[in-house]
Design a binder for this molecule. Sequence first.
Ligand code: ADP
Ligand code: MG
Length: 243
Amino acid sequence: MGEIFSVTSGKGGVGKSTVSVGLALAFSQQNLKVLLVDMDEGLPCLDLMLGIEEPCIFTLSDILLGKEISDTVYKPKKYPNIHLISAPENTGMIDAFAFTNFVNKVKQLYDIVIFDFPAGIDFSLYTCLPKESLFLTVAFPDPVTVRDASVVSRKLYGMGYNSRLIINSFRYKLSKKQIFKNIDQIIDESALRLLGIVPQSEELTLLSVKHKLNPQGNAMKSFQRISKRLLGDNIPLPNPKKI
Ligand SMILES: Nc1ncnc2c1ncn2[C@@H]1O[C@H](COP(=O)(O)OP(=O)(O)O)[C@@H](O)[C@H]1O
Ligand SMILES: [Mg+2]
């Protein structure tokens, strides 16, 4: 039975799609079969990040209308262990019953399923996910997006879901300044549980051009650590200088 992770955030543009792909790469390197589901209607991007050249004609909407999952997934040439389902045309039109069935099916087919949700406060589809699935709330290392993440996490908790915080775009130089004291405080006050920290990196900015990450680079290493924690390993946070 596969694990389900849903990537979300309070604010847009904080790196949800980047984190979704980074984690998919890290899980696939551990020989796990990964399904990425792009839920960002109108703004799909995971195909670009994974280097899928063919146009993604079929989407989640087709599966929910009865098309076979195996005929609807896109397979990046470089990553045989990763399959992608493209974003539905209109998430507002998604039938909750069909979506729940879809989630139950893909759980049987894949080791890891990652939903890349859009930012915001439309939580209607979340209730279709099994209660044991985990939400990954992404924020930048600034008090505003961390506070937004804490609002989302609290709401999820009220719905019966656990979530973990991923801080994206971390820069050591800034960490010395006052700003990080504020973040620590917000994390403490909000009872957010920190899962991992992803560095700001040129490699990640260029992901949709190069479609790969250096396995020895700091970005990939951060995704490897986070993926292992998600699989239950106890991996301590490194020295901030090395993130
Ligand atoms: N850690 C990072 N370092 C550098 N650039 C990043 C990082 N994370 C995200 N980006 C860039 O920021 C932009 C928004 O990221 P994206 O993953 O699309 O955010 P979201 O899915 O939350 O809207 C993209 O251009 C991406 O390349
Ligand atoms: Mg996105």
